[in-house]
Design a protein around this ligand. Sequence first.
Ligand code: TUI
Length: 318
Amino acid sequence: MKTRLTELLGIEYPVIQGAMAWVAEHNLAAAVSEAGGLGIIAGGAAPVDVIREEIHKARALTRKPIGMNIMLLSPNADDLAQLAVDEKIEALTTGAGNPGKYMDAWKAAGIKVMPVVASAALAKRMERAGADAVIAEGMESGGHIGETTTMALLPQVVDAVSIPVVGAGGAADGRGMAAMLALGAEGVQCGTVFLTADECVIHEKYKEMVLKASDISTVVTGRPSGHPVRSLKSPISRECLALEKVGDDRSLEELEAITAGALRRAVQDGDWQKGTFMAGQVAGLVNSCRPCREIVANMTADAAERLSALAARFGNGV
Ligand code: TUI
């Protein structure tokens, strides 16, 4: 499937693996790139040396392009921005902020830059700053989210810019991918479906929770603090919502204490009581563990098939 995105990145299928802190390490990223998509190593808040090592390990597993993500709220963002240049990473995605101040250095290094945006206004600014593509992420996504749904955001971002737009938030199979392509996207970014990939190294308990999830299994916490995060309902998410309702200084302090390190506890320890299991609303669609190659190829083939079936059915306007 050829789009401007596949041409831009030199990949076979227009599927980008979402950056998930603690989750998106070299095994997953290399497997997605080997599958013909673009694997992404999540910088998260990890030390620069750890991410440098992750890039080297991924490069040992694949000769295909690899990407890296910089979470702009990370205290390490400046150092990770420089690491991307030093390591000549092929592609960069950014999240949770405006990467404008790094743009010139990244472009000078020949990096393909694709900021995640949650609004058409930021998409326009990113295009003006030299972004090669933007990723329009709706609030169906897991992790830190904006306010607008993919269905509403994606076509508005497509109208706002002329660079390729990638849709994110709500695609776990060919149906979601076809819908995003129909809305004008030239590729998709998926996170949740890769949580249960064979090559994904997270704790089995995390995978089990995604496999068991239904359409109403996720919840958004952190809205009062201005950093809304979608995760699977669990003891800690219930506790967060209760503390947010109280909303006084003491409960906010308590909130900080219980959420610090909670994603790591989910990913590495599978700690049901004290972990935050970030996942998107499509978790209910993820019912099996498969290799990345199968996930990427099936999703793309099914999307193409559905789009041509729809064209055959409705293409002449009746
Ligand atoms: O960044 C993500 N997803 C993430 S980051 C993360 S780690 C974290 N944990 C707790 C609190 C906060 C972060 C877990 N998941 N996705 C990309 C994304 N970016 N979603 C939404 C945005 C976004 C939102 C507002 C991007 C830009 C923006 O506005 C910036 C501006 O200055 O206008």
